[in-house]
Design a protein around this ligand. Structure first.
Ligand code: UDP
Length: 456
């Protein structure tokens, strides 16, 4: 079949991200890279996500298919708990995925591999039922994956001792491990999901990661001893990196409406590197007390700031909140904002996409992690990659205004900021080289395509 396949048809893969913005972005971008190398791709998402998506990749030929997660009307937010969402997603989603595969096959489409988000290991069971090769795709840092692997294998106890050591990383204080590790017992559904990423990984033919080789070299080498790991990021639109994919300027799948003109008009007359951009991503929920501390921290800093507060979070802002030096928007096009020359620093929750975007666009960070992998990403950004500072919360988990203001000052005005800016520019160049022709990520994608073509 391999030879015939090679002659007649380009390979075709399904991409199946976990249904959330921070997961759809890297997998759909990977799809665009595959497409540019002659692989047909179909992105599988949920009916709810498809109906909520504001714009699709109409400038690419990624096909889209929708399955049910059991919450077609309201998605994750309409489930009683993360546990009930994840359970139903598995039950309903695996049946629905089977139906989609049958449908595609009845249309005469061959499926050569299913590349599924590592948060959805049951997709591999479905792939194997059909005799299709599976590839798991990590959207979190390899450092974080390694910690979860060690927990999964019982090599890190829960809760961990005072420090944690894994190959290729400096020793981590307990609070620097992901929250599901150091605050074990909180969010049992999510915790089980992240530890379970390794349950059937040995059955997957390939393992992908959305970071890039130079950034996590030692951990990647360690992972490569166990799996056929391909490291293919950063997965930003090509026009922000190597510029080889024409028209690839946006992720293409946006679940939120961006206030694009308002942001760009406001930024346009701000001096170079004078604005602090603040965002906690698509998922994090901050308490009202934390919101108030941020308000005062930003005011005390006396900087221009652009702050993304999602619509459902805005009621937590102090009443009639307005600030002559600030603009609050419900969502922005983060890449355009980070690429704007007026941006001087990024106060971020340290989701991996945001971290890689800051690095790829050369913006130093103030890390303000909230939960999950963000605490470890903040450690990497600060101590390992040297592209910023992170703020430690108090014993109640709240970042106080004084701490926020002093970290912003460090990056905007002090020597630490000069150093962070210098380091981030260095990483930015390495990120570009990784995805450009012949770079480490480009080569890993080429190898995958070659393996698909020859052995499918
Ligand atoms: N994002 C955006 N506009 C915003 C805030 C975030 O486009 O106003 C994008 C951001 O560029 C990133 C994604 O949303 O690609 C967030 O992913 P991340 O991993 O940083 O955090 P998560 O949302 O998964 O917590």
């Amino acid at each position: 079949m391999g030879e015939q396949h090679k002659i007649n048809k380009p390979p075709h893969v399904l991409l199946f991200p976990f249904p959330a913005q921070g997961h759809i972005n890297p997998l759909s971008q990977f799809g665009k890279r595959l497409l540019s190398k002659g692989v047909e791709t179909t992105l599988v998402t949920t009916i709810y996500i498809l109906n909520s998506t504001l714009s699709h990749n109409n400038n690419t030929s990624i096909e889209i298919e929708a399955i049910s997660d059991g919450f077609d009307e309201g998605g994750f937010a309409s489930a009683d708990s993360p546990e009930s969402y994840l359970k139903t997603f598995k039950e309903v989603g695996s049946k629905s995925l089977v139906d989609i595969i049958h449908k595609l096959q009845s249309e005469g489409k061959t499926i050569d591999a299913i590349i599924y988000d590592s948060f959805i290991p049951w997709a591999l069971d479905v792939a194997m039922e059909f005799g299709i090769d599976g590839a798991t795709f990590f959207t979190q840092a390899c450092a974080v994956n390694s910690i979860y692997y060690h927990v999964h294998k019982g090599l890190i106890s829960l809760p961990p001792d005072s420090t944690v050591s894994v190959p290729g990383l400096p020793q981590l204080e307990r609070w620097e491990t992901p929250s599901f590790v150091h605050k074990c017992g909180t969010y049992p559904g999510w915790s089980e999901m992240v530890f379970n990423q390794f349950a059937n990984i040995d059955e997957a033919r390939w393992v992908f990661a959305s970071t890039f080789y130079q950034l996590e070299e030692q951990v990647i080498e360690w992972m490569r001893k166990m799996w056929k790991l391909k490291v293919i990021g950063p997965t930003l639109p090509s026009m922000y990196l190597d510029k080889r994919l024409e028209d690839d300027k946006e992720y293409g799948f946006s679940l939120f409406k961006a206030n694009y003109n308002e942001c760009m008009n406001w930024l346009k007359d701000k001096p170079k590197e004078s604005v602090v951009y603040v965002s906690f991503g698509s998922f994090a929920q901050l308490g009202p007390e934390q919101m108030e501390e941020i308000v005062w921290g930003l005011r005390d800093s006396q900087v221009n700031f652009l702050w993304v507060v999602r619509a459902e979070e805005q009621e937590k802002l102090p009443k009639n909140f307005m600030d002559k030096k600030g603009l609050v928007v419900a969502w922005c096009r983060q890449l355009d904002v980070l690429a704007h020359e007026s941006i001087g620093c990024f106060v971020t929750h340290c989701g991996l996409n945001s971290a890689l975007e800051a690095i790829s666009l050369g913006v130093p960070v103030v890390g303000m992690p909230q939960w999950t992998d963000q605490t470890t990403n903040a450690k990497l950004l600060d101590d390992v990659w040297g592209v910023g500072v992170r703020i430690k919360a108090d014993e109640n988990g709240i970042v106080r205004r004084g701490n926020l203001a002093s970290c912003i000052k460090k990056i905007m005005e002090e020597e630490r900021g000069v150093l962070a800016r210098r380091n981030v520019k260095k990483w930015r160049e390495l990120a570009k080289v990784a995805v450009d022709e012949g770079g480490s990520s480009d080569k890993d994608i080429d190898d995958f395509v070659c393996e698909l073509e020859h052995y499918a």
